[in-house]
Design a protein around this ligand. Structure first.
Ligand code: GYE
Length: 323
C-alpha cells in the first residue's frame, strides 16, 4: 500500500513538472510576470551605416527597457542566419526579432520558431510565411512608395529623357523586388526614360563601385542617370564615375534610397540628386509591439514606417541627425 502511494506521488510530481514546461512559452504564468524578458535578435549582417543603425536602435531600446537581448550577426550568410535562429530557439528566448536576408531561405527559420512556439517579429524585409500564423508581424518601409518617389524625381531632373543604370539590392530579397517594381511603374510612362542595364550590387558600397566600373567600361550607350536601391551602392557608383572622369550631378544624375549621413553629404556636395528615406530606427516600435503582445493586445500583421524625401532643399537641415 505504501509503495503504491509513493508511486502515485511520483507520478503526480512528474505530471506537474511536465505541465509547467508545456505552458511556459504561450502566455506568461503569474509567477513569471516579473522575470526579465529575454529577446533574441538575428541580424542578417552588420556592416554599412543602415544595418549598424538598425542594430544599435534595437540594442539601445532593449537596454532602456531592461530587456535582456541576445544578438547574432549572420555576416550576410543565409545558412548561418538559419542556424542563428536555431541557436536563439535553444536559448529559450521569449521573442525573436528577425531581419531576414532573403525571402525563401529565411522562411525555413520561421517554421523552426513556429514549431518552438516562439513569436517572431520580422524587421525591414519579408520572409516566406503567413502573417499572424508563421510570424507575429512585419515592420518595414513602403518600398514601392520609395521607388516611385525616386522615379518621379529622376523624371523631373532629367527632363523625361535618360539612359539609366539600375543598381539592384540583394537578389532574392523582397525589398529589391519592390524597389525595381515601383521605379519601373513610373518611368514606363515616359518613352525616353529607359533602363540600359540593371545589375545587383548586393546593397554594398564596394560592390556598387565594382559593378559601376564594369558598366562604365562596357556600356555602348552614354549613361545619363543612376538609380541605386540604396545609398551605399550610389556612393560606390559616384566614386567609380568620378574615377572615370564622369561628373555626377552634371553628366549623370544619381538618385538612391535610405537617407544615410554620407548620402546627405553627397547631396550637399552636388554629387547625389536626392535620397528617399528608409528609416532604420526600429527599436521603439519593435519593443512597443512586444509589450503590447504580452499584454494580450491584437497585433497588426503589417506595420509601415513613415519616410521622408531628402533633396538639396532640405539636406543641410537633416545631415547632423542622420545615421
Ligand atoms: O535599404 C539597405 C539594407 O532591407 C530596407 O537593406 C532594408 C535595406 C536597406 O541593406 O540599405
Amino acid at each position: 500500500m505504501r509503495k503504491m502511494y509513493s508511486l502515485f506521488m511520483i507520478i503526480i510530481f512528474l505530471m506537474m513538472g511536465c505541465s509547467n514546461n508545456s505552458f511556459k512559452k504561450e502566455t506568461r504564468p503569474e509567477y513569471e510576470k516579473d522575470k526579465k524578458l529575454l529577446v533574441g535578435f538575428s541580424q542578417m549582417e552588420n556592416n554599412g551605416p543602415w544595418r549598424i543603425a538598425e542594430t544599435n536602435s534595437i540594442k539601445n531600446e532593449a537596454k532602456k527597457r531592461n530587456i535582456e537581448l541576445i544578438f547574432t550577426d549572420a555576416e550576410g550568410d543565409v545558412k548561418k542566419q538559419i542556424s542563428d535562429v536555431q541557436y536563439l530557439i535553444e536559448q529559450k528566448v521569449d521573442y525573436i526579432i528577425l531581419a531576414p536576408k532573403t525571402y525563401n531561405e529565411l522562411g525555413e527559420a520561421l517554421q523552426l520558431s513556429k514549431a518552438a512556439g516562439i513569436p517572431v517579429i520580422l524587421l525591414d524585409r519579408k520572409a516566406k510565411g503567413e502573417p499572424g500564423k508563421d510570424y507575429l508581424t512585419l515592420i518595414r518601409s513602403d518600398f514601392i512608395w520609395e521607388a516611385r518617389q525616386a522615379g518621379k524625381l529622376l523624371v523631373e531632373a532629367t527632363n523625361e529623357k535618360a539612359n539609366i543604370v539600375e543598381l539592384r539590392g540583394t537578389v532574392g530579397s523582397s525589398v529589391a523586388i519592390d524597389r525595381s517594381k515601383g521605379f519601373n511603374e513610373v518611368i514606363d510612362q515616359y518613352e525616353d526614360m529607359s533602363i540600359i542595364t540593371s545589375q545587383s550590387a548586393d546593397f554594398s558600397r564596394a560592390e556598387g563601385k565594382k559593378v559601376m566600373e564594369k558598366i562604365i567600361r562596357s556600356s555602348e550607350k552614354t549613361i545619363t542617370a543612376v538609380y541605386a536601391h540604396n545609398d551605399e551602392m550610389a556612393i560606390g557608383a559616384i566614386i567609380a564615375l568620378k574615377a572615370a572622369g564622369i561628373e555626377p550631378g552634371e553628366d549623370v544624375i544619381v538618385i538612391s534610397i535610405d537617407g544615410e549621413k554620407d548620402a546627405l553629404k553627397a547631396i550637399i556636395a552636388g554629387d547625389l540628386y536626392a535620397t528617399i528615406e528608409c528609416s532604420p530606427f526600429f527599436g521603439p516600435i519593435t519593443f512597443d509591439i512586444i509589450e503590447r503582445h504580452l499584454a494580450g493586445e491584437k497585433i497588426d500583421p503589417l506595420i509601415i514606417n513613415k519616410d521622408r524625401i531628402f533633396t538639396k532643399e532640405n539636406a543641410i537641415r537633416y545631415v547632423d541627425d542622420a545615421f
